[in-house]
Write a protein that binds this ligand. Structure first.
Ligand code: SF4
Length: 223
């Protein structure tokens, strides 16, 4: 196994029976660590596991996962290209919002995943993951489809697929977000060398390069 893969597996093992926050004793079936390519250029981050994720031990399975797969395809991506995880690794009871203490306790493990995978782009799905990674109270409808250049990666907030399942009117803007993501990836990607693609574990269709801040982006926050 490659080194990020080993380190990720060690981190996953260390959380296998994590008891660090109250969610450990509130009915979770298992810790849902994350899945995907450990060398992905593009990582997706959701909020917390739901029922199906808790049952299967993987993020984004069930109806929201199927919709996500379709949207990934529309952006020229597949689950094999990306890594996907949640801010919170255990299912909150009745899918309630996580408590601040739970976020504070679990968020460092997401940051560690990001540090190991070193994606160029992190796509935050929905309000909650976006606010956690931006560390600002911003509404997803205000920032969706835009790029924010953070210290280690570019953050690309997107609407959450589950929102479109509950509200059909959200589906067109969600599809629009993924088209913007595709355009962004097309602008910043290069094709992998054929011999590298044939022998490597690295994400083969997305090799992101040349990320540079857009001068206007921080105006959103008045800074
Ligand atoms: S939510 Fe995170 S911190 Fe809390 S028990 Fe699960 S893995 Fe541990």
């Amino acid at each position: 196994m490659s080194s990020p893969q080993v380190a990720l597996q060690e981190l996953a093992d260390s959380l296998h029976d994590c008891q660090r926050c109250p969610l450990a004793k509130l009915g979770r079936r298992q810790v849902v660590f994350g899945v995907g390519n450990p060398q992905a250029s593009v990582m997706f981050v959701g909020e917390a596991p739901g029922y199906h994720e808790d049952q299967k031990g993987e993020p984004f399975v069930g109806a929201a996962g199927q919709l996500l797969n379709e949207l990934l395809q529309s952006a020229g991506l597949s689950r094999a290209d990306i890594y996907i995880a949640n801010v919170i690794k255990c299912r909150p009871p009745n899918n309630r919002d996580p408590e601040p203490q739970e976020v504070d306790t679990c968020k460092p493990f997401l940051l560690k995943q990001i540090a190991l995978i070193r994606p160029k782009i992190v796509c935050s799905l929905g309000n909650w993951a976006t606010q956690t990674l931006l560390e600002r109270k911003v509404g997803i409808t205000r920032v969706r489809g835009q790029v924010f250049y953070l210290k280690e990666f570019a953050l690309f907030p997107l609407l959450h697929p589950a929102a479109a399942l509950h509200q059909a009117a959200m589906l067109p803007p969600l599809r629009e977000d993924f088209q913007k993501l595709k355009e962004f990836l097309d602008r910043h990607s290069k094709a992998a060398e054929p011999e590298v693609a044939a022998s490597s574990n690295a994400a083969r269709t997305v090799q992101v390069e040349r990320l540079a801040p857009a001068a206007q982006q921080m105006d959103l926050f008045g800074s």
